[in-house]
Ligand binder design. Structure first.
Ligand code: SAH
Length: 223
């Protein structure tokens, strides 16, 4: 019954659309990490976006997920995931759970994902959807992610999916030496840069601008 609103032509071929997305939007644009391509080929993105967006889930653009927030375009998710260089033993912290899609992609690759969302209803919805899809290695926390989640630190990698005006010091602190963080940095309405942060063994860090992006802002104070 729930699918009744979708045109018949869109039903039943989600896998094909997903394969095409991976090929055309991701692999052909230079993402080569096999684990990332495999994860993007497996996560049912159409089941994590709002029902009325399911038909557009595999398109080459961001989508609204309610509460004024958006889920990134698939290529950006793939790029950010590739850049943090994680594997089967990694523990990753995500700030900005949103739909739970990025967390699911990570969950396909790593051992454990802790993800923080500031908007209560989004956190709840993502938690339910991720459990429903069997992602038992993801923990969704309703909090202000600026402070990270010290209880489970250090993390092998941190991925921030909302734009911050500066790199939050608590996140740098919770990153394992040798670990990587990817974060959009810049003000609302200004050009933001996707920044890759590498924490050296001596605790100092290096930053590198990857490309200009546009993300929703990292806000403060739990809602
Ligand atoms: N990664 C998400 C996309 C998130 S959009 C996905 O795959 O769908 C950015 C999200 O960051 C929004 O849901 C927004 O509510 C959340 N957010 C903004 N500021 C935050 C903060 N300080 N702590 C945690 N989440 C925050």
């Amino acid at each position: 019954m729930l699918l009744a609103a979708l045109p018949l032509s869109l039903m039943g071929n989600w896998e094909e659309r997903r394969e095409e997305m991976v090929q055309v939007q991701i692999e052909d644009r230079g993402i080569h990490d096999r684990a990332v391509l495999r994860a993007m080929g497996r996560v049912p993105r159409h089941q994590l976006v709002p029902e009325n967006q399911a038909g557009r889930a595999y398109g080459d653009y961001p989508l609204p997920i309610g509460h004024g927030q958006t889920i990134s375009q698939p290529y950006i998710v793939a790029l950010m995931t590739e850049l943090i260089e994680v594997g089967p033993e990694s523990k990753v912290l995500e700030i900005g759970t949103g739909s739970g899609y990025q967390a699911a992609v990570l969950a396909e690759i790593v051992k454990r994902v802790v993800t923080i969302e500031i908007i209560g209803p989004l956190a709840e919805r993502a938690q339910e959807d991720l459990k429903g899809l069997g992602y038992d290695n993801v923990e969704v926390i309703h909090a202000d992610g600026y402070h990270g989640w010290a209880e489970e630190a250090p993390y092998d990698a941190i991925i921030v999916t909302a734009a911050a005006e500066h790199i939050p010091p608590p996140l740098l602190e919770q990153l394992r030496p040798g670990g990587r963080m990817i974060i959009p940095v810049g003000r609302m309405g200004w050009t933001q840069n996707l920044v890759l942060v590498e924490k050296r063994e001596d605790g100092s860090h290096l930053t590198r601008n990857i490309l200009p992006v546009r993300f929703v802002p990292l806000t403060r104070g739990r809602r």
